[in-house]
Design a protein around this ligand. Structure first.
Ligand code: ATP
Ligand code: MG
Length: 344
Protein backbone atom coordinates (compact mmCIF):
# COMPACT_ATOMS: atom_id res chain seq x y z
CA UNK A 1 0.00 0.00 0.00
CA UNK A 2 1.52 3.30 -1.07
CA UNK A 3 1.93 5.76 1.80
CA UNK A 4 3.69 8.68 0.12
CA UNK A 5 1.88 11.10 2.44
CA UNK A 6 4.34 10.04 5.17
CA UNK A 7 7.08 11.46 2.95
CA UNK A 8 9.29 8.40 3.12
CA UNK A 9 12.64 8.74 1.39
CA UNK A 10 15.28 6.06 0.96
CA UNK A 11 18.78 7.58 1.09
CA UNK A 12 21.88 5.98 -0.44
CA UNK A 13 25.36 7.23 0.46
CA UNK A 14 28.61 5.81 -1.00
CA UNK A 15 30.81 8.89 -1.48
CA UNK A 16 33.85 7.50 0.33
CA UNK A 17 34.38 4.31 2.33
CA UNK A 18 31.09 3.76 4.17
CA UNK A 19 28.15 2.05 2.46
CA UNK A 20 25.04 3.66 3.92
CA UNK A 21 21.28 3.36 3.45
CA UNK A 22 18.50 4.94 5.50
CA UNK A 23 14.78 5.61 5.49
CA UNK A 24 13.61 9.02 6.75
CA UNK A 25 10.03 10.29 7.14
CA UNK A 26 9.14 13.90 6.40
CA UNK A 27 12.79 14.96 6.16
CA UNK A 28 13.48 14.61 9.89
CA UNK A 29 12.18 11.33 11.33
CA UNK A 30 14.85 8.65 11.00
CA UNK A 31 13.18 5.22 10.69
CA UNK A 32 16.39 3.33 9.93
CA UNK A 33 20.05 4.06 9.31
CA UNK A 34 22.45 1.36 8.16
CA UNK A 35 26.18 2.13 8.02
CA UNK A 36 28.44 -0.63 6.69
CA UNK A 37 31.95 0.53 7.60
CA UNK A 38 34.94 -0.51 5.48
CA UNK A 39 37.51 0.37 8.17
CA UNK A 40 38.80 -3.19 8.45
CA UNK A 41 39.45 -3.21 4.68
CA UNK A 42 41.58 -0.06 4.65
CA UNK A 43 43.32 -0.28 8.03
CA UNK A 44 46.38 -2.11 6.70
CA UNK A 45 46.95 0.68 4.15
CA UNK A 46 46.53 3.47 6.74
CA UNK A 47 43.94 5.21 4.56
CA UNK A 48 41.16 4.68 2.03
CA UNK A 49 42.16 2.79 -1.15
CA UNK A 50 39.63 4.02 -3.76
CA UNK A 51 39.56 0.84 -5.85
CA UNK A 52 38.93 -1.36 -2.80
CA UNK A 53 36.26 1.06 -1.59
CA UNK A 54 34.32 0.88 -4.89
CA UNK A 55 34.45 -2.90 -5.01
CA UNK A 56 33.19 -3.21 -1.44
CA UNK A 57 30.34 -0.79 -2.20
CA UNK A 58 29.27 -3.08 -5.07
CA UNK A 59 29.09 -6.05 -2.67
CA UNK A 60 27.37 -4.26 0.19
CA UNK A 61 25.02 -1.65 -1.35
CA UNK A 62 22.00 -3.85 -2.03
CA UNK A 63 22.16 -5.73 1.31
CA UNK A 64 22.43 -2.36 3.13
CA UNK A 65 19.38 -1.05 1.25
CA UNK A 66 17.37 -4.20 2.00
CA UNK A 67 18.37 -3.94 5.65
CA UNK A 68 17.33 -0.28 5.87
CA UNK A 69 13.90 -1.05 4.38
CA UNK A 70 13.43 -4.01 6.71
CA UNK A 71 14.53 -2.00 9.79
CA UNK A 72 12.05 0.73 8.86
CA UNK A 73 9.30 -1.81 8.21
CA UNK A 74 8.55 -0.42 4.75
CA UNK A 75 8.72 -1.60 1.15
CA UNK A 76 9.68 0.11 -2.11
CA UNK A 77 6.05 1.06 -2.84
CA UNK A 78 5.88 3.11 0.36
CA UNK A 79 8.63 5.45 -0.80
CA UNK A 80 7.98 8.96 -2.07
CA UNK A 81 11.50 9.31 -3.44
CA UNK A 82 14.97 7.88 -3.58
CA UNK A 83 17.88 10.21 -2.70
CA UNK A 84 21.48 9.52 -3.63
CA UNK A 85 24.77 11.32 -3.02
CA UNK A 86 26.07 12.57 -6.40
CA UNK A 87 29.18 14.37 -5.06
CA UNK A 88 31.63 15.44 -3.84
CA UNK A 89 33.61 12.27 -3.21
CA UNK A 90 35.60 9.48 -4.83
CA UNK A 91 34.32 9.04 -8.36
CA UNK A 92 34.33 5.22 -8.32
CA UNK A 93 32.52 5.10 -4.98
CA UNK A 94 29.95 7.68 -6.10
CA UNK A 95 29.25 5.77 -9.31
CA UNK A 96 28.30 2.60 -7.40
CA UNK A 97 25.68 4.49 -5.37
CA UNK A 98 24.41 6.34 -8.42
CA UNK A 99 24.08 3.23 -10.61
CA UNK A 100 22.29 1.40 -7.81
CA UNK A 101 19.93 4.31 -7.16
CA UNK A 102 19.14 4.83 -10.85
CA UNK A 103 18.43 1.13 -11.40
CA UNK A 104 16.13 0.97 -8.37
CA UNK A 105 14.36 4.24 -9.27
CA UNK A 106 13.62 2.89 -12.75
CA UNK A 107 12.46 -0.52 -11.63
CA UNK A 108 10.39 0.81 -8.70
CA UNK A 109 9.16 3.84 -10.72
CA UNK A 110 10.23 6.08 -7.86
CA UNK A 111 11.38 9.72 -8.29
CA UNK A 112 15.13 10.25 -7.90
CA UNK A 113 16.92 13.24 -6.33
CA UNK A 114 20.65 14.06 -6.28
CA UNK A 115 22.14 15.22 -2.98
CA UNK A 116 25.36 17.12 -2.27
CA UNK A 117 27.28 15.22 0.44
CA UNK A 118 28.61 18.34 2.20
CA UNK A 119 25.18 19.99 2.25
CA UNK A 120 23.84 16.71 3.64
CA UNK A 121 26.39 16.91 6.48
CA UNK A 122 25.11 20.42 7.25
CA UNK A 123 21.52 19.12 7.08
CA UNK A 124 22.31 16.51 9.79
CA UNK A 125 21.38 19.05 12.49
CA UNK A 126 17.78 19.08 11.12
CA UNK A 127 17.34 15.34 11.81
CA UNK A 128 15.12 14.66 14.81
CA UNK A 129 14.24 18.34 15.24
CA UNK A 130 10.70 19.47 14.42
CA UNK A 131 11.96 23.01 13.77
CA UNK A 132 15.36 24.55 13.18
CA UNK A 133 16.02 28.30 13.49
CA UNK A 134 16.95 29.97 10.19
CA UNK A 135 19.22 31.43 9.08
CA UNK A 136 22.01 29.81 11.04
CA UNK A 137 25.74 29.43 10.57
CA UNK A 138 26.93 25.83 10.19
CA UNK A 139 30.48 24.65 10.81
CA UNK A 140 30.79 21.45 8.77
CA UNK A 141 34.05 19.80 9.64
CA UNK A 142 34.69 16.41 8.07
CA UNK A 143 37.38 14.26 6.49
CA UNK A 144 37.70 16.30 3.31
CA UNK A 145 36.07 19.63 4.18
CA UNK A 146 36.11 22.40 6.75
CA UNK A 147 33.35 24.82 5.81
CA UNK A 148 31.41 27.65 7.35
CA UNK A 149 28.05 27.75 5.61
CA UNK A 150 25.23 30.20 6.02
CA UNK A 151 22.12 28.01 6.04
CA UNK A 152 19.22 30.19 4.92
CA UNK A 153 17.06 27.11 4.36
CA UNK A 154 17.77 23.41 3.68
CA UNK A 155 17.89 24.33 -0.02
CA UNK A 156 19.87 27.57 0.31
CA UNK A 157 23.31 27.13 1.81
CA UNK A 158 26.02 29.70 1.09
CA UNK A 159 29.70 28.98 1.60
CA UNK A 160 31.23 31.81 3.66
CA UNK A 161 34.55 30.19 4.56
CA UNK A 162 36.55 27.02 3.94
CA UNK A 163 40.04 25.66 4.40
CA UNK A 164 42.94 27.06 2.39
CA UNK A 165 44.75 23.70 2.55
CA UNK A 166 43.99 20.59 4.66
CA UNK A 167 40.66 19.89 6.31
CA UNK A 168 40.63 19.52 10.10
CA UNK A 169 39.64 15.85 9.72
CA UNK A 170 42.60 15.22 7.43
CA UNK A 171 44.89 16.85 10.01
CA UNK A 172 43.46 14.58 12.75
CA UNK A 173 44.07 11.54 10.53
CA UNK A 174 47.64 12.52 9.52
CA UNK A 175 48.69 13.47 13.08
CA UNK A 176 47.21 10.22 14.42
CA UNK A 177 49.12 8.32 11.76
CA UNK A 178 52.55 9.77 12.49
CA UNK A 179 52.04 9.51 16.26
CA UNK A 180 51.35 5.80 15.63
CA UNK A 181 47.72 5.79 16.83
CA UNK A 182 46.43 3.85 13.82
CA UNK A 183 43.42 4.23 11.55
CA UNK A 184 40.81 5.70 11.55
CA UNK A 185 42.72 8.54 13.16
CA UNK A 186 40.18 10.97 14.61
CA UNK A 187 38.58 8.77 17.28
CA UNK A 188 41.97 7.18 18.13
CA UNK A 189 43.58 10.59 18.60
CA UNK A 190 40.70 11.78 20.78
CA UNK A 191 41.10 8.72 23.04
CA UNK A 192 44.87 9.24 23.44
CA UNK A 193 44.50 13.01 23.90
CA UNK A 194 42.21 12.34 26.88
CA UNK A 195 45.27 10.92 28.70
CA UNK A 196 47.55 13.84 27.79
CA UNK A 197 48.41 17.32 29.03
CA UNK A 198 47.71 19.92 26.32
CA UNK A 199 49.89 22.53 28.06
CA UNK A 200 53.02 20.38 27.61
CA UNK A 201 53.47 21.71 24.06
CA UNK A 202 52.89 25.20 22.63
CA UNK A 203 51.41 24.90 19.13
CA UNK A 204 50.36 27.60 16.64
CA UNK A 205 46.74 28.53 15.89
CA UNK A 206 47.05 29.21 12.13
CA UNK A 207 45.08 32.16 10.63
CA UNK A 208 42.98 32.42 13.80
CA UNK A 209 42.69 36.20 13.40
CA UNK A 210 43.34 36.55 9.65
CA UNK A 211 42.13 35.37 6.22
CA UNK A 212 38.51 36.24 6.91
CA UNK A 213 36.41 33.16 7.58
CA UNK A 214 38.87 30.71 6.02
CA UNK A 215 40.88 28.08 7.90
CA UNK A 216 44.33 26.54 7.54
CA UNK A 217 45.59 23.36 9.20
CA UNK A 218 48.71 22.35 7.23
CA UNK A 219 51.04 24.53 9.35
CA UNK A 220 49.66 23.07 12.56
CA UNK A 221 50.15 19.56 11.19
CA UNK A 222 53.77 20.38 10.29
CA UNK A 223 54.36 21.89 13.75
CA UNK A 224 53.17 18.64 15.37
CA UNK A 225 55.42 16.62 13.05
CA UNK A 226 58.43 18.77 13.98
CA UNK A 227 57.74 18.44 17.73
CA UNK A 228 57.28 14.67 17.31
CA UNK A 229 60.69 14.40 15.61
CA UNK A 230 62.28 16.38 18.47
CA UNK A 231 60.87 13.87 20.95
CA UNK A 232 63.03 10.90 20.06
CA UNK A 233 61.91 7.52 21.35
CA UNK A 234 63.09 6.89 24.88
CA UNK A 235 62.10 10.39 25.94
CA UNK A 236 59.73 10.88 28.80
CA UNK A 237 56.71 8.61 28.99
CA UNK A 238 53.44 10.06 27.63
CA UNK A 239 54.77 12.69 25.19
CA UNK A 240 52.60 11.32 22.38
CA UNK A 241 49.46 11.76 24.47
CA UNK A 242 50.56 15.28 25.44
CA UNK A 243 51.20 16.20 21.81
CA UNK A 244 47.84 14.73 20.75
CA UNK A 245 46.11 16.78 23.46
CA UNK A 246 47.94 19.96 22.38
CA UNK A 247 47.03 19.37 18.71
CA UNK A 248 43.37 18.71 19.54
CA UNK A 249 43.27 21.81 21.76
CA UNK A 250 44.78 24.04 19.02
CA UNK A 251 42.39 22.68 16.38
CA UNK A 252 39.35 23.13 18.62
CA UNK A 253 40.48 26.67 19.55
CA UNK A 254 40.68 27.69 15.88
CA UNK A 255 37.36 26.08 14.91
CA UNK A 256 35.45 27.61 17.81
CA UNK A 257 37.07 31.05 17.60
CA UNK A 258 36.52 31.45 13.85
CA UNK A 259 32.93 30.17 13.99
CA UNK A 260 31.98 32.62 16.74
CA UNK A 261 33.79 35.49 14.99
CA UNK A 262 31.95 34.75 11.72
CA UNK A 263 28.58 34.57 13.51
CA UNK A 264 29.25 37.94 15.13
CA UNK A 265 30.35 39.56 11.87
CA UNK A 266 27.39 38.16 9.92
CA UNK A 267 24.93 39.03 12.69
CA UNK A 268 23.80 35.42 13.11
CA UNK A 269 22.54 34.29 16.53
CA UNK A 270 22.41 30.53 15.91
CA UNK A 271 25.34 28.26 15.05
CA UNK A 272 25.41 24.55 14.26
CA UNK A 273 28.08 21.87 14.20
CA UNK A 274 28.21 18.85 11.90
CA UNK A 275 30.56 16.48 10.01
CA UNK A 276 32.78 13.64 11.27
CA UNK A 277 35.01 15.83 13.46
CA UNK A 278 31.87 17.19 15.14
CA UNK A 279 31.65 13.87 16.99
CA UNK A 280 34.79 14.95 18.92
CA UNK A 281 33.75 15.53 22.53
CA UNK A 282 36.30 18.31 23.18
CA UNK A 283 35.00 20.25 20.18
CA UNK A 284 31.36 19.76 21.22
CA UNK A 285 32.12 20.86 24.78
CA UNK A 286 34.24 23.88 23.79
CA UNK A 287 31.64 25.02 21.25
CA UNK A 288 28.83 24.58 23.80
CA UNK A 289 30.68 26.61 26.46
CA UNK A 290 31.68 29.40 24.09
CA UNK A 291 28.21 29.63 22.52
CA UNK A 292 26.64 29.90 25.99
CA UNK A 293 29.15 32.58 27.00
CA UNK A 294 28.44 34.55 23.81
CA UNK A 295 24.65 34.18 24.02
CA UNK A 296 24.51 32.13 20.82
CA UNK A 297 22.11 29.24 20.32
CA UNK A 298 23.95 26.03 19.37
CA UNK A 299 22.60 23.10 17.35
CA UNK A 300 24.75 19.97 17.58
CA UNK A 301 24.23 17.17 15.07
CA UNK A 302 23.67 13.90 16.91
CA UNK A 303 27.01 11.97 16.97
CA UNK A 304 25.54 9.08 14.93
CA UNK A 305 24.74 11.56 12.12
CA UNK A 306 28.11 13.39 12.24
CA UNK A 307 30.17 10.79 10.38
CA UNK A 308 28.93 9.49 7.03
CA UNK A 309 25.36 8.18 7.02
CA UNK A 310 22.43 8.07 4.63
CA UNK A 311 19.84 9.58 7.00
CA UNK A 312 21.23 13.05 6.27
CA UNK A 313 21.01 12.25 2.53
CA UNK A 314 17.41 11.03 2.76
CA UNK A 315 16.43 14.04 4.91
CA UNK A 316 17.82 16.61 2.51
CA UNK A 317 16.48 14.48 -0.35
CA UNK A 318 12.95 14.96 0.97
CA UNK A 319 13.41 18.74 0.94
CA UNK A 320 14.67 18.58 -2.67
CA UNK A 321 11.81 16.29 -3.69
CA UNK A 322 9.23 18.65 -2.16
CA UNK A 323 10.81 21.53 -4.08
CA UNK A 324 10.52 19.54 -7.33
CA UNK A 325 14.29 19.20 -7.84
CA UNK A 326 14.18 15.80 -9.52
CA UNK A 327 17.07 14.07 -11.24
CA UNK A 328 16.82 11.70 -14.20
CA UNK A 329 18.69 8.63 -15.39
CA UNK A 330 21.30 10.89 -17.04
CA UNK A 331 22.51 11.88 -13.56
CA UNK A 332 26.30 11.60 -13.34
CA UNK A 333 28.82 11.64 -10.49
CA UNK A 334 30.16 15.09 -9.55
CA UNK A 335 33.39 14.39 -7.61
CA UNK A 336 34.11 18.12 -7.17
CA UNK A 337 30.56 19.41 -6.57
CA UNK A 338 30.83 22.52 -4.38
CA UNK A 339 28.13 23.09 -1.77
CA UNK A 340 25.69 25.88 -2.55
CA UNK A 341 25.90 25.33 -6.32
CA UNK A 342 22.78 23.89 -8.01
CA UNK A 343 22.10 21.82 -9.99
CA UNK A 344 25.18 19.51 -10.08
N1 ATP B 1 36.06 11.74 17.55
C1 ATP B 1 36.66 12.33 16.53
N2 ATP B 1 37.55 13.33 16.72
C2 ATP B 1 38.15 13.93 15.66
N3 ATP B 1 37.94 13.60 14.40
C3 ATP B 1 37.05 12.62 14.15
C4 ATP B 1 36.36 11.95 15.19
N4 ATP B 1 35.54 11.02 14.62
C5 ATP B 1 35.73 11.11 13.29
N5 ATP B 1 36.63 12.08 13.00
C6 ATP B 1 37.13 12.45 11.69
O1 ATP B 1 36.05 12.69 10.83
C7 ATP B 1 36.44 12.35 9.49
C8 ATP B 1 35.40 11.46 8.89
O2 ATP B 1 34.22 12.21 8.81
P1 ATP B 1 33.29 12.08 7.56
O3 ATP B 1 32.84 10.66 7.50
O4 ATP B 1 32.25 13.10 7.67
O5 ATP B 1 34.33 12.46 6.44
P2 ATP B 1 34.40 12.01 4.93
O6 ATP B 1 33.05 11.62 4.47
O7 ATP B 1 35.51 11.04 4.81
O8 ATP B 1 34.82 13.37 4.24
P3 ATP B 1 33.84 14.44 3.54
O9 ATP B 1 32.55 14.38 4.25
O10 ATP B 1 34.54 15.74 3.71
O11 ATP B 1 33.74 14.00 2.13
C9 ATP B 1 37.79 11.68 9.57
O12 ATP B 1 38.78 12.61 9.21
C10 ATP B 1 37.88 11.30 11.04
O13 ATP B 1 39.20 11.23 11.53
MG1 MG C 1 31.43 12.81 4.91
Amino acid sequence: MASSNRGLVLGIETSCDDTCAAVVAGGVGVLSSVVASQDELHVKFGGVVPEHASRRHVEVALPAIEQSLADAGVGPRDLSALAVTAGPGLVGSLLVGLSTAKALAMSWRTPLVAVNHVEAHAYATFLGRPAVPLPHLCLTVSGGHTNLMLVRSPLRMELVGSTLDDSAGEAFDKVASFLGFGYPGGPALEARAAKGDASAFQLPRPVIDSHGHDFSFSGLKTAVLTRARDCADGQRHGWREDLAAAFQCATVDVLVHKTVAAARELGIAVVSLSGGVASNRSLRLAMSRRAAAEGLELLLASPEYCTDNAAMVAGLGWQLFRAGALADVGLDAEPGWRPGVHPP
